[in-house]
Write a protein that binds this ligand. Sequence first.
Ligand SMILES: [Fe+2]
Ligand SMILES: [Fe+2]
Length: 286
Amino acid sequence: MAVAMGVTNAPLKDMDEWDDFLTGRYKEGKSEAEFRQYDAEANPGVAEFYRLNHEHQTLDYVLAKEKQYFGLDKGQKSIWEAAEFLNTLVDDSDPDTDLTQIEHLLQTSEAIRKDGHPRWFVLTGFIHDLGKVLCLWGEPQWGVVGDTFPVGCAYSKDIVFPEYFKANPDYCKPELQTKYGIYAPNCGLDKVHMSFGHDGYIGEVMKNYMPEESLYMLRYHSFYSAHRHGAYRHLMSDHDVKMLDWVNKFNVYDLYSKGHTKPNLAELKPYYDDLFAEFFPAKIAW
Ligand SMILES: [Fe+2]
Ligand SMILES: [Fe+2]
C-alpha cells in the first residue's frame, strides 16, 4: 500500500525521480549550457521540485531542522529496521521493473563489494540513503532529497536551477549573499550549514560508528556543485579537499548502480548481518 508523501502528496516514485534526474544529468556528460536549456523544459516536475527546494532552504530553516533532528531523539532502530521502515514508502509503480529502497541500497553496496573495497566502504553503500526515512516523519521531498549546497553565503552558479534562488528570502539579505557570508575563509565544511536533507541527517546518525572517510561520503554525496564542479573551495580546509576524493570514489557507485537486476536479499542477508554487527550495536538512535 502506498504512503503518499511530500508537498503534493506525490508517491515515492517521484522522490527517486529527483535523484535519478541528478545522477542522469551527470552521467550523460552534457555541458552545463546544454543542461540549462534542457532541464526545465524537459523535466517540469523536477523543475518544480527544485523551485520549492531553492525557495524554502533558508539559513533559518536549516538551523531549525538541525535542531529538530540532530539530537537523534526519534527512537532506536536497527539497520534492518531502518531499511524496512524506508521500504514502507512504496510507490504504485510497476513492481517488476522498479527497485525498492533496500534493493537500491544493496545494489550500491554489492557493486562496492565486488570491486574489493574495505568493509566500511561496502557498509557505507548500504546505509547512504537511509536518511530518507525523514520522509516518513513528515518532511517534504524537497527537504529530503536533491542537490545540497551551503546556506548562509552566496549560491554557486553550479547548483542545479540556480535561478530559483531569487525566491529564497535569504537572497534579499546582503550579509548572507557575500562570497563567505557567515563563514570565515576556509573554515572547514564541519562549520558550514548545508541545505537540509537525507545526507546531513544520516551523517549525524552514523557519526559515532563510521570512519571519517565514510562520514564524508554520507554527508556530501549530493553536494554536486563541490564534487563535480569544484565550487565552494573557499570554505573548505585542505583536509576537506583531500577527503572529497572519497566522495568522488563513492559517487561512481551511487550513479551507476541503478540497474534493474534485483539483488537476492535472502542470499545476501547473512553477510550484511555480520557487517552490521561489526560496526553497530543491535539498535542505534535515529
Ligand atoms: Fe542519496
Ligand atoms: Fe543513492
